[in-house]
Ligand binder design. Structure first.
Ligand SMILES: [Mg+2]
Length: 413
């Protein structure tokens, strides 16, 4: 029997929460910006009126103001967004115990076993949820209803704001296949570029290609994407409390150009730790040990570890320790082909807080600024997807360091 899965996506989430307190701004163009006073502050979210001016998430305040001089900018309140996110998920959980939050404003619900209790089908539940969130919280969602998670997600993107889209076995070829391949979950920039080279532009193109050819192009990811495009995703909706916390978080990369000398090695490490630290923050974990694995062009590989105190989930601090490890164990004139940074011996965020007393006041202020910056980047990722940042980095001589293969591994046992 087919499953019935909903993907619920809060519309303009940060901006909508801010506007709950400012009904006077409802029909004015409004954006939430990391630092509204700074020209280079970054747009985190915008309302419908601002979208009409082509205001884009992740652009600078300066770029946004050029398009819309009257744009009203509000500072973000991340604590509030987390509270509302919890309230929303609590409402979802009244319809099924299978609720999997995907980000702060998106969740999957598997209602296969529970919709009969409400005397309706997936679309009926979706419409009820839209109405309830509007009535009880003043927020709107778009919902995709389908027989798998990937298509449900496409459905919630298909029509917004405040809409339900059903993608069924009968209509998925009409709805899904004409969409650009980049809309498909987990098609990153690298994969998209590769597919484009071979004339694969739509999800339908992807579905039409024999699986073995996609595997040749993209490896294991190719077979996954092929299945997604053909509606064969059978990954389960896993409730948040059943996901075990990771034992370690690592990110490794083979670089297109070998890394040599301090500044390029530092850039490589920054690129890797950025994703590691973001994942730690997402899991509310701190790392107490940093491990670096270095491989040279002859595939000689070394692995070194070092404790980091106080425990942290800030990229800047993890990069610092990783760099010390490289400096103390590697001749920086020997080209590096592959680097991996792994955060280990993870502890919950609360357990690390008393360790911060080793810092003086000015250090604490400096650290708070770094934390704010990195959490702002998390907010952009949450709003705009992983693709928005951490894909590439510039070394100090202005050269782009491009990964040819990267992976993030999460050990769950
Ligand atoms: Mg959203």
């Amino acid at each position: 029997m087919d499953r019935t899965i909903l993907h619920c996506d809060l519309n303009s989430f940060f901006a909508s929460v801010e506007l709950l307190d400012r009904p006077d701004l409802w029909d004015k163009p409004v954006a939430v910006a990391g630092d509204p006073e700074a020209r280079h502050g970054i747009i985190l979210a915008k309302n419908e009126a601002a979208k009409a001016y082509q205001i884009k998430t992740a652009e600078t305040v300066w770029q946004a103001r050029r398009k819309c001089p009257d744009l009203v900018l509000l500072p973000p309140h991340h604590e509030k967004y987390r509270e509302y996110s919890k309230k929303v998920n609590l409402i979802y959980s009244q319809y099924t115990d299978l609720v999997e939050p995907f980000s702060i404003d998106e969740s999957w619900l598997d209602v296969t076993g529970s919709m009969h209790l409400f005397g309706t089908d997936g679309k009926g539940i979706a419409d009820q949820l839209r109405q309830r969130l509007k009535d009880e919280l003043g927020l709107s969602i778009s919902v995709g209803v389908s027989f798998n998670k990937v298509f449900a997600k496409l459905g919630s993107d298909y029509k917004k704001p405040d809409a339900t889209t059903v993608i069924s076995r009968e209509n998925y070829q009409q709805i899904v296949w004409p969409l650009p391949v980049t809309e498909l979950l987990f098609v990153g920039r690298t994969a998209a570029r590769m597919l484009e080279k071979y004339g694969i532009n739509t999800i339908g193109d992807l579905a039409a290609l024999p699986e073995h050819q996609l595997v040749k192009l993209l490896g294991k990811q190719g077979s996954k994407l092929s299945a997604y495009a053909r509606g064969l995703d059978n990954s389960p909706v896993i409730p948040a409390d059943q996901m075990p916390p990771p034992k370690s978080v690592g990110n490794g990369m083979t670089f297109r150009e070998n890394l040599i000398e301090l500044e390029r090695v530092r850039s490589g490490l920054e690129l890797l730790t950025d994703a590691v630290a973001a994942r730690l923050r997402q899991e509310e974990l701190l790392c107490t040990v940093v491990q670096v694995t270095i491989r040279d062009t002859n595939f000689k590989t070394i692995t070194r570890q070092k404790p980091i105190a106080p425990a942290t989930n800030l990229a800047r601090e993890i990069t610092g320790t990783a760099l010390e490890l490289v400096k103390s164990s590697w001749n920086l004139n020997t080209p590096i082909r592959m680097l991996t940074v792994t955060a280990q011996n993870l502890i919950p965020e609360g357990e690390g807080s008393e360790q911060l007393d080793i810092f003086g006041e000015s250090e604490k202020g400096d650290r708070a600024r770094v934390e704010k910056l990195e959490r702002t980047m998390d907010a952009i990722r949450a709003r705009y997807g992983q693709k928005s940042i951490n894909i590439g980095t510039l070394s100090n001589d202005g050269q782009f360091i491009e990964p040819i293969r990267d992976h993030i591994s999460f050990k769950d046992h």
